[in-house]
Design a protein around this ligand. Structure first.
Ligand code: NAD
Length: 447
């Protein structure tokens, strides 16, 4: 439970962070200026660091295609020069490319820097961008440990440059609807939440093939992946996490495998391994990663049974929030189907939601809702999928960032406060598993 010390620190944190980071409304107005909404004749200058999958697609190709009237890509940076050149072509960009960040900033003088590197480098580039007088926009997670959180908050306060963290999951039709229902108070005050997320044997396994398989890169799936979920919960509940207790195990991948190789492409167990993935049949993966291997040695189809993998695939987390709500959360990464179930228990009823992302069988609806008020009947409804790009979320979010000027009634734009509070739940969970004790958020970051 929150003690007085925690409560005091939390208030201090909120007050300081509100000043340092700005409220969501202020953020929108500010981002409107920074991203050129009020000066349509002058295109915003965008530089991007990290030209891998996400950087070259959503924040590269899509940006240039859909927002070319309001922005201009002026520089691209990645440590892998082969991937960088392929990505530039794939995006249809015409700007210069750089294998170092500082020369890119100096030569191209961007207004905005988009950070889409491996997670553990986000903090470095966010900091450098702010110090250079640019507005940073980062992919989730904001960063991977508490020291980085503190550095970002301090640099933001010092430079006055506001960070945008692109929590696209907030913009999905399911997440938005849940927020609306909770805001309507149909089920009263939320007192506790059951939240269970399932990654399947394709998507879940993919994290164990890539750089994500190591805590030092991704902070573990509790940070890399669950930052989405912890952010959704902070936002849905309009609450701040206070204390985290967690359990984690590696039960399927890594050292659990009975057969293993170095990578799928040359594996002697291709025929026997049910997780065999033929990267040669994925043209984009061949161009982005396999053809660029000689520059950095990064293997995109590494064996999911490598013995040195150090992230968990089976995770349980309990979180206590400042308003006495508690959450039981789980993340499992080798399920036969993908999606999530969630139950909000309220003083006047319960909201149940089941969301299907990727099922081996035909599913009529993307999300099924049930709202049941105490002593009353239950009502159900369903939502169809929102479409491409994380169920339509990516496009809605980018439109809001680059085109809309009116404040968002749902408060979806996220700054470093939101980035910090969601990453910190995962970071605290990691420490909790490693140290075998509950961790208070204010043990990690002092404002
Ligand atoms: N919001 C979402 O739904 C979503 C989806 C996918 C990825 N992402 C995020 O996007 C980011 C990139 O993921 P990805 O799937 O594109 O990975 P990726 O491996 O395809 O790309 C990462 C890129 O970063 C580059 N890089 C690594 N270290 C670097 C450094 N020190 N300096 C500069 N560049 C460096 C790599 O060479 C690579 O090109 C991650 O932070 C991830 O969490 C978010």
């Amino acid at each position: 439970m929150a003690d007085n010390k925690t409560e005091f620190s939390r208030r201090e944190f909120l007050t300081s962070s509100a000043v340092a980071l700005g409220a969501a409304g202020m953020f929108l107005i500010d981002s409107g200026r920074a991203l050129g909404r009020q000066a349509p004749t002058k295109k915003q200058r965008i530089a991007l660091v990290g030209t891998g999958g996400r950087g070259s697609s959503l924040w590269g190709k899509d940006l240039i295609k859909n927002y070319g009237d309001v922005l201009e890509m002026v520089g691209l940076c990645d440590i892998n020069p082969i991937r960088l050149e392929y990505a530039k072509k794939y995006m249809g960009a015409t700007c210069p490319t750089f294998t170092e960040f500082e020369p890119m900033i100096k030569d191209t003088q961007p207004d905005t820097v988009i950070v889409t590197t491996v997670d553990c480098f986000h903090a470095k580039y966010i900091g450098l961008a702010m110090q250079a007088g640019c507005r940073p926009v980062t992919e989730k997670p904001m960063c991977t440990d508490e020291k980085m959180v503190q550095e970002i908050l301090d640099t933001e306060r010092r430079t006055g440059k506001k960070l945008l963290v692109t929590f696209n999951y907030r913009y999905g039709p399911d997440a938005t609807r849940i927020k609306e229902i909770l805001m309507s108070r149909e089920i009263g005050d939320v007192t506790s939440v059951d939240f269970h997320w399932y990654l399947d044997i394709y998507h879940g396994a993919s994290y164990f093939r890539r750089w994500h398989a190591f805590k030092q890169n991704s902070g573990s799936l509790l940070v890399h992946k669950a930052t989405h979920h912890f952010d959704l919960m902070n936002w849905w509940l309009a609450a701040e996490p206070v204390e985290v207790n967690a359990y984690g195990e590696l039960r399927k991948y890594g050292y659990n495998g009975l057969i293993r190789g170095e990578r799928c492409m040359n594996c002697p167990h291709k025929a026997a391994c049910e997780f065999f993935w033929d990267i040669t049949r994925d043209e984009q993966a061949m161009n982005l990663y396999v053809k660029a291997e000689s520059a950095d040695g990064y293997i995109r189809d590494s064996c999911i049974f490598r013995e040195k993998i150090n992230i968990w695939d089976t995770m349980n987390v309990q979180v206590e929030y400042h308003n006495r709500v508690t959450m039981s959360y789980s993340l499992n990464a080798f399920m036969p189907y993908e999606g999530f179930t969630i139950g909000f228990n309220g003083t006047n009823g319960r909201l149940d939601v089941r969301v299907y992302h990727n099922q081996p069988w035909k599913v009529e609806n993307f999300a099924e809702f049930r709202i049941t008020q105490n002593f009353k009947s239950t009502k159900t409804f369903a939502l169809p999928s929102g479409g491409e790009g994380h169920w339509g979320a990516d496009q809605v979010m980018q439109d809001q960032i680059f085109r809309k000027t009116e404040p968002d009634p749902l408060g979806r734009p996220s700054g470093s406060r939101e980035g910090a509070l969601s990453a910190l739940v995962g970071i605290a969970a990691r420490h909790s598993i490693e140290q075998g004790r509950p961790i208070k958020i204010d043990e990690l970051v002092k404002i």
